[in-house]
Design a binder for this molecule. Structure first.
Ligand SMILES: [Zn+2]
Length: 318
């Protein structure tokens, strides 16, 4: 059954907004601010919903915008006690130890309650988890090896990274896949860059079309959004898989070498970072992802291998 009346009951502050024409179809769940120092996602979701209400496009299904970590967002902090994007674990959600999660506990339980309600109410939930990065980056999508999510992600003119989330237990997107929602994490650009906001807006509009909620002929700016999204991506969409993951241990004093960007190619043995024991070398030839240039976080960097060069962008969009 597709009903959206209860969406209005989601607490103020959590619910950025919603839009529907009352026609059955997918529930498009747009989440921003799971990390509280990444405001472009929630801002874009709000602006996108404002545009929907101003333009009133005829679409099927429902769009729901949610804010992730409310308390951390208010303080512009990635998190307060525990990274919310590492908390979406079945044992945490079962609530065995409420003290364990600190300030993030109530955030987790409220969001998980909404996700479970969505699963019960909607046959097809299509999610996007909007993020930005500390280092400069071209935008990219990250998803699990979940066939419907990969199929959806391949519609966009962006690089994609498969399997990263399996190395990050408790991330929001992984939990959504467990509930059989289709979707992905979108890294839109650097925290402070204007491009990140524009990319978030573009992907939200395109998601309406690619999810099947809006007919492509009804999105006048479709080509404009596709061009905007692909501005920083080389001419071929590329697909990557996780090769290795450097986890920081407590007290090691990890410092990333300056100057790295996402998808930089590094050779086996290259110096990537250092800690109090010495240099940290690349364990293989590969492509660097998410080099840590902020104080908070346990993921030093990820190393990727290229899976294949996919079809050129024009063919992929046919
Ligand atoms: Zn993030």
């Amino acid at each position: 059954m597709n009903t959206s009346a209860w969406l209005d009951d989601i607490p103020e502050g959590r619910r950025i907004g919603s839009y529907t024409c009352g026609l059955p179809g997918p529930l498009i769940l747009a989440v921003g601010g799971i990390h509280g120092n990444e405001p472009s996602g929630p801002r874009a979701i709000k602006a996108f919903l404002d545009m929907l209400h101003a333009q009133c496009p005829l679409m099927t299904g429902t769009v729901l915008g949610l804010l992730g970590n409310i308390k951390a967002s208010a303080m512009n902090q990635r998190y307060l006690d525990k990274d919310l994007n590492r908390c979406f674990r079945s044992d945490y959600i079962a609530g065995a130890d409420h003290q364990l999660l600190g300030a993030e506990g109530p955030e987790l339980y409220e969001i998980a309650g909404i996700l479970h309600r969505l699963r019960d109410e909607f046959e097809d939930v299509c999610f996007i988890d909007c993020h930005t990065t500390s280092a400069p980056t071209m935008p990219y999508l990250s998803m699990n090896a979940h066939p419907l999510s990969i199929q959806l992600a391949h519609r966009f003119p962006l690089n994609n990274v498969i399997g990263l989330q399996q190395s990050i237990p408790g991330c929001f997107a992984e939990y959504c896949n467990k509930l059989d929602f289709r979707g992905f994490t979108f890294e839109a650009g650097q925290h402070v860059g204007a491009a990140a906001f524009n990319n978030q807006m573009a992907i939200l509009w395109l998601l309406l079309v690619y999810s099947g909620a809006l007919h492509r002929r009804d999105l006048v700016n479709l080509r404009h959004y596709e061009r905007m999204l692909s501005l920083d991506t080389p001419s071929l969409r590329r697909s990557f898989r996780l090769l290795s993951h450097y986890r920081i241990t407590e007290g090691e004093d990890f410092v990333m070498q300056p100057g790295f960007s996402n998808f930089d190619y590094v050779q086996h043995g290259a110096t990537l970072a250092c800690n109090r024991f010495g240099e940290i070398l690349s364990p293989a030839d590969g492509y660097l992802l998410m080099p840590l240039y902020q104080k908070k976080g346990d993921d030093g960097f990820f190393l990727l291998e290229e899976e294949s060069s996919l079809a050129p962008r024009a063919a992929a969009m046919a």
